[in-house]
Each structure stands twice: as structure tokens, then as C-alpha cells.
Design a protein around this ligand. Structure first.
Ligand code: 13P
Length: 335
């Protein structure tokens, strides 16, 4: 795998008007999503659900890639076609979540750090053999009176950079994901300041670890007030603040930036992305989506009502969410 290969995968991930669907929920996370709509969390239900998503007719029109979980990358359709084979045939780039999730950061109450570096080199080699072309690692930053500490920001940035370097060594494009969590009552300005500190630290760490930015994708949260903030922000304010913080921290050599939805409603996540492209601001990189919940939640709710009968109807919703977000990534979404 050459540098050019990493660059071309990264560019394909953020092709014009396309985004990435995140279906990499760990077994614990999908348990919560299934439980909320009354689906039993069995391996077969997880497989069937991921098959539904990945076989959505026309998915690749607006979806360039999908992030899978360890269990999913080893699974096949009910007819025995490995998911990665199916995806490559459909022109959807297989990705894999490789972090092992956040744990409390010792001596810093409220802060967390993502684990998973031990043995990562070998795991990445296996994922590459299984067909993955990019990998995702999510760092979690909590905002409260006491957090995030600079120790937490640095520990998470360092881990992201170590993981990104290992990915490139293995020929995988790192999707570097610092998520500033929306929980809390913090203001838009506080969210801005935290994003600024986190993104500065992440790009410093990537530079220190020799990571090739041309072969890296940033997946980030948007600058948005906490869910319980007394003053919520307009769509334009969120879009402006997000673009501003990205412009002041993210080098223009990066091939692209995608957003997580992080608990925003479907409509908010689409409207915010669209507004980033309609403000007239010149952007040095494509800005697109890598939504999990905002791509899936409506479809999952419908599928839950009839696991056998509602497959096609649920897929229609997935295709529609992909189309809407693909249009938003071009600033062409019409509500
Ligand atoms: P949400 O869009 O549901 O936040 O998920 C995206 C993701 O991959 C979080 O790691």
C-alpha cells in the first residue's frame, strides 16, 4: 500500500455529495438502540439488521463507505456473501471501528480516555486482510464545570495519533474522531473553546507522530450548545461556529472532514450540514457526514415493528436519509 493509495481511499471517502454511514455500534451500544425499540439483541438480529442497511437499494449513490464493528466485518448475508464482498461490489468502502471504548482517566474525575492501542498493529493487519480500507477511533471529551482537563485532551490526542500512525503503517486510512459530547448545559461559546483546544491538540499530536494528513480523515462533532443549555443556537450559528473552528485548526491538506450526529435530531443534523455550505464561506476541504443515529434511527424504529415484513420500507427510509444528507453535503438540501 503506497501513500498514493491512502490518499485515493481518503478522497473516495469524501467524494462530492457522498458521506459515510456509521453502523459500528458495539454489542453494548446496539443493545441500547435495540432495547429502545423492543428488538432482542441476538447475533442473528444484529446480522439481519446490518444486512438490511448494507443491502439498501441505491445506497452507494450517496454513501461512499460504511464503518463496521468487529463482529459485523466477519458476518455475511443470509445467502452467505461476506458483507465486505457485498460492499466492494456495490462501491461502498469497508471501514472498521478499532478502539475499545472510553474508560475513566485516572485522577481526573469526569474525564475519559479511549483504550485499544495494545495489540492494535496485529488487529489492523487482520482487518486489512478481511477487507477494511479505513479504520475509526473515537475519543470522548465531556464538558462540565471540571472537564475537560488539559491532561484528558492531551491523552486522547496522543492515543488518536498513535492509532492513526499504526493505521497508515497497515495501509488503512485513519478516521480520527474526537467527539465533544452534547450532554450538559454549556453554551455555544464553551463548545467552541473546547473544540478549538481539542482539534489543536489532535493536529499537533498527528504532526508529532508523523501521520500523513493527505491520507487521514477527520470525523468530528459540531460546535453546538449542550442539550440542557438554557439558550439554544440557530442553525446558522451552529454552522458558522463549526466552520470557523475548523478553519482555524484543521490544515487545508486534509482530504476531508465528516461529522457525527451525536444525538442531534435527523433534521438538525441535515440542516446544520447544509447551512455550512450555503453561507458563502469558502471551504478548503469537503465537509460531509458520517452519521450513525441520524442515518438509522427512523429506519430502525420501523423495522422493529415487523422484522420480516418491514425490511423494504426501512431500507426506503435509509435511502432517503442518505439522499437528504448527500444533498446537504452540497448545500442543496431542501426541507
Ligand atoms: P452518531 O452519528 O450516532 O453520533 O454516531 C456516529 C459515530 O460513529 C460515533 O462514533
Amino acid at each position: 500500500m503506497s501513500i498514493e493509495d491512502l490518499e485515493s481511499i481518503a478522497l473516495a471517502m469524501v467524494a462530492r455529495g457522498k458521506g459515510i454511514i456509521a453502523i459500528d455500534e458495539s454489542t453494548g451500544t446496539i443493545q441500547r438502540r435495540f432495547e429502545a425499540v423492543g428488538i432482542e439483541n441476538t447475533e442473528e438480529n444484529r446480522r439481519a439488521y446490518r444486512e438490511l442497511l448494507l443491502t439498501t437499494p441505491g445506497l452507494s449513490e450517496h454513501i461512499s463507505g460504511a464503518i463496521l464493528f468487529d463482529e459485523t466485518i466477519r458476518q455475511s448475508t443470509k445467502d452467505g456473501v461476506p458483507f465486505t464482498t457485498l460492499m466492494k461490489k456495490a462501491g461502498i468502502i469497508p471501514g472498521i471501528k478499532v478502539d475499545k471504548g472510553p474508560v475513566p482517566l485516572a485522577l481526573y474525575p469526569g474525564d475519559v480516555v479511549t483504550e485499544g492501542l495494545d495489540g492494535l498493529r496485529e488487529r489492523l493487519q487482520e482487518y486489512a486482510r478481511l477487507g477494511a480500507q479505513f479504520a475509526k477511533w473515537r475519543a470522548v471529551i465531556n464538558i462540565s464545570e471540571e472537564t475537560p482537563s488539559s491532561a484528558a485532551i492531551e491523552a486522547n490526542a496522543h492515543a488518536l495519533a498513535r492509532y492513526a500512525a499504526l493505521c497508515q503503517e497497515a495501509g488503512l486510512v485513519p478516521m480520527v474522531e474526537p467527539e465533544v459530547i452534547m450532554d450538559g448545559d454549556h453554551s455555544l461559546d464553551v463548545s467552541y473553546e473546547v473544540h478549538e483546544a481539542v482539534l489543536r491538540s489532535v493536529f499537533n499530536a498527528l504532526y508529532e507522530q508523523n501521520v500523513l494528513l493527505e491520507g487521514t480523515i477527520l470525523k468530528t462533532s459540531m460546535v453546538i450548545p449542550g442539550k440542557d443549555a438554557p439558550e439554544q443556537a440557530s442553525v446558522e450559528d451552529v454552522a458558522d461556529a463549526t466552520v470557523r473552528v475548523l478553519k482555524s485548526t484543521v490544515p487545508a491538506t486534509l482530504p476531508g472532514i465528516v461529522f457525527l450526529s451525536g444525538g442531534q435530531t435527523d433534521e438538525q443534523s441535515t440542516a446544520h450540514l447544509n447551512a455550512m455550505h450555503t453561507s458563502g464561506e469558502k471551504l478548503p476541504w469537503p465537509l460531509s457526514f458520517s452519521y450513525g443515529r441520524a442515518m438509522q434511527q427512523a429506519a430502525l424504529k420501523l423495522w422493529a415493528k415487523d422484522l420480516n415484513g418491514n425490511v423494504a420500507a426501512a431500507q426506503k427510509i435509509v435511502a432517503e436519509r442518505a439522499r437528504e444528507n448527500g444533498q446537504a453535503a452540497l448545500g442543496k438540501w431542501v426541507k
